[in-house]
Ligand binder design. Structure first.
Ligand SMILES: [Zn+2]
Length: 239
């Protein structure tokens, strides 16, 4: 009995590691900072995109650090108008008082992920406090939406495999960093994205700056005009 349990647990862990390995390849490229998106795409996600000539190109917009009472509603309005679903990695400490926004995300078809409770580097914290911060955010979101998020984006993309085995969540990084937090300038963010986004990319943005919201909506318009289709990260990873 004990043996069987152990074996089963090993199989589950292997499954999670395999899933993460697929994404980690992409993410590691990004974490080496200035790697070009071409290199990153070559390393991973692009292989999952259909290659036929008339297949649409898929891309995923992801927003970290929210919800924000001012910026997030504007973003949700704009995405709804355009029929676009995005992925929101929520920070636990920003949720109290913004429960209606979290519910709205779910009702409008967006994917909700976990961005831990506070914006700390998880590899620098004690493992049990990391688990607690992630779990607290899981519970907060589930108490609003009725569903525990299955995807985790660690703050700063800071993660390692030792933390992996403690969590039954799939870690999602990104392949294009908009640098929206640094630029805080709509047209510069748009220009950067127009130059770097390709099929299969996961775009990192933050729905806590007005310039990010404006840039996100502009890039949706411009990429939709080029035939891109916006999906949530789970859809992108399945496709
Ligand atoms: Zn963040």
């Amino acid at each position: 009995m004990e043996n069987w349990n152990l074996r089963r647990r090993a199989a589950v862990l292997l499954g999670i590691l395999l899933l993460d390995a697929a994404m980690f390849g992409t993410a590691m490229g990004v974490m080496r900072a200035e790697t070009s998106s071409e290199e990153v795409r070559a390393a991973g996600v692009q292989e999952m995109v259909p290659e036929t000539a008339d297949a649409p190109s898929f891309v995923a917009l992801t927003f970290d650090d929210g919800p924000d009472p001012v910026c997030t509603p504007k973003l949700l309005d704009g995405l709804k108008e355009r029929g676009v679903h995005a992925t929101f990695f929520l920070m636990g400490q920003s949720i109290p008082g913004n429960e209606a926004l979290v519910l709205r995300m779910k009702e409008e078809g967006h994917l909700i992920g976990n961005h831990s409770y506070r914006h700390i580097q998880l590899t620098k914290a004690r493992e049990d406090s990391v688990c607690e911060a992630v779990e607290q955010t899981e519970e907060l979101i589930a108490s609003i939406t009725g569903e525990r998020p299955q995807y985790l984006r660690p703050p700063y993309g800071d993660w390692n495999e030792n933390l992996e085995c403690r969590m039954n969540l799939t870690t999602v990084f990104w392949s294009v960093d908009s640098l929206d937090w640094k630029l805080q300038h709509t047209s510069r963010i748009v220009r950067r994205l127009e130059q770097s986004v390709g099929p299969g990319d996961i775009i990192l943005m933050h729905d806590i700056f007005p310039t990010s919201v404006e840039a996100a909506l502009q890039i949706v318009d411009s990429l939709q005009a080029k035939g891109y289709r916006f999906v949530t990260v789970d859809e992108l990873l399945v496709d």
